[in-house]
Design a protein around this ligand. Sequence first.
Ligand SMILES: Nc1ncnc2c1ncn2[C@@H]1O[C@H](COP(=O)(O)OP(=O)(O)OP(=O)(O)O)[C@@H](O)[C@H]1O
Length: 123
Amino acid sequence: MQQPKESFFINRLKGAGYALKGALILIKTEASIQVQFSIGLLLIIAGFYFEISTTEWILQIFAIGMVMSIEGLNTAVEEIADFIHPDFHHKIGLIKDIAAGAVFFAAAAASIIGLLIYIPKIF
Ligand SMILES: Nc1ncnc2c1ncn2[C@@H]1O[C@H](COP(=O)(O)OP(=O)(O)OP(=O)(O)O)[C@@H](O)[C@H]1O
């Protein structure tokens, strides 16, 4: 059903508000996100210190965003898993391990990007 134009924009604005709320919850409450957020801040400081190129900035920002996004989705999967089945179950363990595995791929790729950028600048 067609909605009035105004409500479309208001709804999008509300959606952005909920997303920001979720991002703040992750940063305030999730230890893994807090660690990655801190590493991201250190890398941003390192980027200014070593005066990395525009391409390196793009790769670095992409890597930080990718890791934090997938870690956030991993947290959402853990929350759903605990909500639908709070007790121990091998299937819940498998679901959580797979979600954590997705973070591993992102973190491994981001680490390689970081090493490719900074190793030549440090050594
Ligand atoms: N209900 C469960 N049933 C079976 N195995 C579970 C269950 N909950 C957790 N596990 C196992 O313990 C591991 C860690 O689960 P947990 O929910 O503590 O995530 P975590 O990795 O500690 O969370 P975070 O990423 O926030 O640090 C899972 O990957 C899974 O192997």
